[in-house]
Design a protein. Structure first.
Length: 166
C-alpha cells in the first residue's frame, strides 16, 4: 500500500473514533459560535446532530444554515501539538421534520449508538435533528500532509502542496 493509499484509508475511518464533533456556526448578526454535539453519520458522509432548540448553535443553524465541523485527534495521543490529525467539513444544514421517516431512522441510529438517553430526549419538544451535508473540507495528518476533500466525491482526497496549481 502506498503512503497516499494509507492516508486515504485513514481518512475513510477517521470519524469512527469520535462520538461528538466540534461545530462552528454564525448568527444572523455574524457572531461566531463554537460548540459540540454528538453525531451519527450515514454512508454518504451526511452528518446528523440531535440538538436542543435552546442552544446557540441550533438558533444559528436556523438563521444561517451553514456550519463547519471538526474532528480532531485527542491531545494526549498526538505526537506533535502543532500537527494534530484533524478533519473538517464545510456543510450546509437542513432541519429534518419531526416524525418523518427520515427523522425516525436517524433517531433510531442515535438510540443504537447512544442508548436509552435518546428515548428520554425523543419526548422533549425542543430537540431537533439537523442534517449537515458536507460540500468540502480538509484532512490534515501532519506537517506538509494536508489534503483537500473533493466536493464532488467526498471519498477522494487531493494532496495540497505549496503550488497554486495544487
Amino acid at each position: 500500500m502506498s503512503q497516499f493509499e494509507a492516508i486515504e484509508s485513514a481518512y475513510q475511518v477517521f470519524t469512527q473514533q469520535f462520538e461528538s464533533l466540534i461545530i462552528s456556526t454564525v448568527s444572523e448578526d455574524r457572531i461566531p459560535n463554537a460548540s459540540y454535539a454528538p453525531f451519527v453519520m450515514d454512508g454518504d458522509r451526511n452528518i446528523y446532530i440531535y440538538v436542543s432548540g435552546l442552544s446557540v448553535h441550533t438558533n444559528n443553524l436556523q438563521a444561517v444554515p451553514k456550519a463547519s465541523v471538526l474532528f480532531i485527534e485527542d491531545e494526549s495521543k498526538t505526537q506533535q501539538i502543532f500537527a494534530r490529525r484533524r478533519l473538517n467539513y464545510e456543510c450546509s444544514a437542513s432541519l429534518l421534520p419531526r416524525d418523518t421517516q427520515s427523522w425516525i431512522q436517524v433517531i433510531s441510529n442515535f438510540e443504537s449508538r447512544f442508548g436509552n438517553i435518546i428515548q428520554m430526549m425523543r419526548d422533549l419538544p425542543d430537540f431537533r435533528v439537523f442534517k449537515l451535508t458536507p460540500y468540502g473540507g480538509r484532512f490534515v495528518v501532519g506537517f506538509g500532509a494536508a489534503y483537500e476533500i473533493d466536493g464532488n466525491d467526498l471519498n477522494r482526497l487531493i494532496h495540497l502542496t505549496g503550488d497554486s496549481n495544487k
